[in-house]
Design a protein around this ligand. Structure first.
Ligand code: ZN
Ligand code: MN
Length: 488
């Protein structure tokens, strides 16, 4: 085995089924916080974006940020939710990063309910609710490796306190760790396309908790679940779910049962460890916040939001697949939409470029942050040179890289670099020379079956590439080999 082990889908033992629901906290990218005028900005000097309201000082009063409510409703509609009259509630608990000792959230009357999210493979996950709440401050434990129990002291930054969040709660419709990752990827794509959050897991503007349980396959019961908190990457999410599900199967199989509790994912150890035993809702003593009026969106407001919603990722993938009429692969389509390159590809295709090759070239070789210099027309020209055999795949990749840097036309880049696929008689002559120099391999190729030929064609293409310093088109070499093996 070499290198890092690939992400593996670890199936549960026969007879067991995984049940996962996700709770995702998303910071909204409004200019200001949810209930005050402080800046909502990541990375500022600690405790500089604070005021009496978000510090919870006595006598201060919250005023709801209309933009945050609008963002939350837009997200709700993008998730197919019903947008409803909502009430803010106080969720009471003590923690130093929450200066009021309660969090303003929504409880039994959230803004968005009953939505759905369709994964790239067509699996649909129900959305139970997407409610608005405020974020807490950020605690940093200093010393003892950053762990709370061994720390010498703690620092609190209240810049994040009061930042608007939407918490999206899925139904327990997720059946594999890969589906959980796909759900988060899709949700992120929706957030970016609606423009309500930058959804950066690594900066904490998108934070995932996973509720994990198992049950006998085919049953519809919901067994005791554990909530794994704050998974900060897709990789951790998948690994944590797989570990936790295995732990539950072991417990049930040996006649024990898991305790309902929150657990933490230890990335280094590759396992979950117990946190506090999970509070029930009663423990938070929710009640309506007397300082805030209910949110009652009008039908016109919701209609205006619907009218402005952008085309969502699922529809964009479908458009791309339709343009290619089967030539674009589902994985290329997903990647291109995720990187916002679907419009570029569709425009190049309407400019005459071959759809499958365009999608593949962009998906594989345009994974850069800034591709603004590549226009649909120049991309179409590049693909034209490649698909007509005037340039090899290797050359096309190099030209594309230079187009990203300079924005020059592919034809002039190719000329400057002396790129020109060797074609016609020159190439045929080189192929014949290589055949003559390798009589043993040639005999095995000529007399071999399809599988044998496939192996040896790699050898011959390699030899021709070496002889032409990469200027040969592999597909053309393959055709010439076949012609010579089976003369008409
Ligand atoms: Zn403030
Ligand atoms: Mn929450």
């Amino acid at each position: 085995m070499s290198g890092e082990a690939p992400e593996r889908e670890t199936a549960l033992p026969d007879g067991w089924e995984l049940v996962v629901g996700l709770e995702v906290h998303v910071e909204l990218s409004t200019a200001t916080k949810l209930f005050c005028g402080c800046a909502n900005r990541f990375g500022d000097e600690p405790n500089t974006n604070v005021c009496p309201v978000c510090l919870g000082l006595p006598g201060s009063l919250p005023v709801v940020n209309a933009a945050a409510v609008d963002f939350a409703m837009r997200l709700g509609r993008a998730l197919g939710c019903e947008v409803r009259p909502a009430v803010f509630a106080r969720k009471n608990y003590f923690y130093p990063d929450m200066p009021k000792d309660y969090q303003i959230s929504q409880y039994d009357q959230p803004t968005n309910i009953d939505g759905r999210l369709e994964l790239a493979d067509g699996h649909v996950v129900g959305i139970e609710r997407a409610h608005i709440e405020e974020d807490t401050g950020k605690t940093t434990h200093v010393g003892g490796g950053g762990r709370i129990h061994d720390a010498s002291y703690a620092l609190v930054d209240y810049n994040r306190a009061g930042v608007p969040l939407v918490e999206i709660v899925s139904r327990p419709d997720i059946r594999t760790a890969e589906q959980a990752r796909a759900y988060v990827r899709e949700l992120r794509a929706i957030l970016l396309s609606v423009g309500v959050s930058d959804a950066r897991m690594e900066e904490g503007s998108m934070r995932v908790d996973a509720n994990v349980s198992v049950r006998p396959s085919g049953s519809d019961e919901l067994r005791t679940r554990c909530e794994i908190k704050n998974l900060s990457s897709l990789r951790s999410l998948g690994r944590a779910i797989t570990f936790e599900a295995g732990r539950h199967v072991d417990l049930w199989s040996s006649g024990e049962r898991p305790r309902q509790e929150t657990r933490h994912w230890d990335e280094a150890q590759g396992r979950t460890t117990p946190g506090r035993s999970k509070e029930d809702a009663e423990d938070y003593r929710y009640f309506q916040d007397p300082d805030l009026v209910p949110l009652v969106p009008s039908a016109e407001q919701v209609a205006a939001i619907d009218a402005e919603l952008p085309v969502l990722p699922a529809a964009r993938r479908a458009e791309l697949l339709a343009v290619g009429a089967g030539a674009v692969s589902a994985s290329d389509a997903a990647l291109l939409v995720e990187r916002d390159q679907d419009e570029l590809v569709r425009a190049a295709v309407s400019g005459g470029a071959e759809p499958g090759l365009t999608a593949t070239r962009v998906a594989n070789d345009l994974a850069v942050d800034d591709w603004s210099r590549v226009t649909p027309a120049s991309l179409a020209a590049l693909i034209g040179l490649e698909s007509s055999g005037q340039m090899t795949a290797t050359q096309a990749k190099q030209v594309l890289a230079e187009m990203v840097e300079t924005g020059d036309e592919p034809a002039s880049i190719a000329e400057r670099r002396g790129f020109q696929a060797m074609a016609g008689d020159d190439l045929a002559a080189t192929v014949d020379e290589v055949i003559a120099a390798n009589p043993g391999e040639w005999a095995r190729y000529r007399d071999g079956d399809d599988t044998g030929r496939k192996k040896l064609s790699g050898f011959f293409i390699g030899q021709v590439m070496r002889a032409t310093r990469g200027r040969a088109d592999g597909a053309a070499v393959n055709r010439l080999l076949q012609e010579r093996a089976e003369p008409a």
